[in-house]
Design a protein around this ligand. Structure first.
Ligand code: ADP
Length: 215
C-alpha cells in the first residue's frame, strides 16, 4: 500500500471516530437524567415552580409532601407513621422519607430525572440523595433556593388554607425549615450549583423567567 493511501485510510478512520464520538456524546448527553432540587420555606412557591420546571424540562415533579398526603389518605403503613408529624408540621423520620423517595425514584416515570420539591429537607437527606444519584453516575443539575420574606410567606399560606396551614402549625413548619433546611444552603453552595432566587415582590412568572435564564 502506498504511503498516500495509508494516510488516506488513516484520515478516513479518524473522521469515522470523530463522527462516532460526536454522536455518542449527543446520545449520552440527551440520556443523562436531569435532577433539580428546590429549596424554600413553606409558601415560597416551590410547588408552583416545580410544576412549571417539570413542563419545561420534560421530567416529572416529585413532591414528598404530596406523596405523604397520599399515603395518609390511603391509610398505609407509611401514612400512619407520618400523620402525626404532618399535623404538627415537623419532619417525618428520615428512614421513612428515604424509603419513600427511593421507592418513588425507582419508578419508570423518573428514568429521565425529577424536579424534587420538598426533598431533601435536612443535611442527612441531602447526603442520601447524593449517594443515591452517585451510585447511578449522576449529579444534580441545579439546586434552586427560593428566598421569600416571612411576612409574605404567612400571607400566602393563610390564603392557601391547606389542612396544615393554620397559624401554629405554620409557625412550626417555618421554624423547622430554618433549623433543619437552612443548613442546606451552605451545603449546596459548596457544589457551585446553587441558584439563590431573591426577588422581593416578584410574581411566579418573574421567578420562572429568572430561573429559566439561568438553567
Ligand atoms: P410545605 O413546604 O408547605 O411545608 P409540604 O407539602 O412540602 O409542605 O410538606 C408537608 C409536610 O410533609 C411537612 O410539614 C412534613 O411533615 C412532611 N414532609 C414533606 N417532605 C418531607 C421530607 N423531605 N422530610 C420529612 N418530612 C417531610
Amino acid at each position: 500500500m502506498s504511503q498516500f493511501s495509508q494516510l488516506r485510510n488513516f484520515a478516513s478512520r479518524a473522521k469515522d471516530l470523530l463522527i462516532f464520538n460526536f454522536w455518542s456524546h449527543v446520545v449520552w448527553r440527551s440520556r443523562q437524567p436531569v435532577f433539580v432540587v428546590l429549596l424554600g420555606a413553606p409558601g415560597s412557591g416551590k410547588g408552583t415552580l416545580a410544576v412549571e420546571l417539570a413542563k419545561y424540562l420534560g421530567v416529572p415533579q416529585l413532591s414528598t409532601g404530596d406523596v405523604f398526603r397520599r399515603e395518609v389518605k390511603n391509610q398505609t403503613a407509611v401514612g400512619r407513621l407520618v400523620i402525626q408529624c404532618m399535623k404538627e408540621g415537623s419532619l417525618a423520620p428520615d428512614h421513612v422519607t428515604f424509603q419513600v423517595v427511593r421507592d418513588e425514584l425507582r419508578a419508570w416515570q423518573y428514568r429521565n430525572g425529577a424536579i424534587l420539591d420538598g426533598f431533601p429537607r435536612n443535611v442527612p437527606q441531602a447526603e442520601m440523595l447524593t449517594r443515591f444519584l452517585r451510585s447511578r453516575g449522576i449529579g444534580l443539575k441545579i439546586i434552586i433556593a427560593l428566598d421569600v420574606s416571612e411576612e409574605e410567606l404567612l400571607k400566602r399560606l393563610l390564603l392557601r388554607g391547606r389542612a396544615d396551614d393554620v397559624p401554629d402549625v405554620i409557625k412550626n413548619r417555618m421554624r423547622v425549615y430554618q433549623n433543619e433546611s437552612g443548613p442546606l444552603v451552605p451545603y449546596y453552595e459548596r457544589s457551585g450549583r446553587l441558584l439563590l432566587v431573591s426577588l422581593p415582590g416578584a410574581n411566579k412568572e418573574d421567578v420562572l423567567d429568572y430561573v429559566l435564564r439561568r438553567l
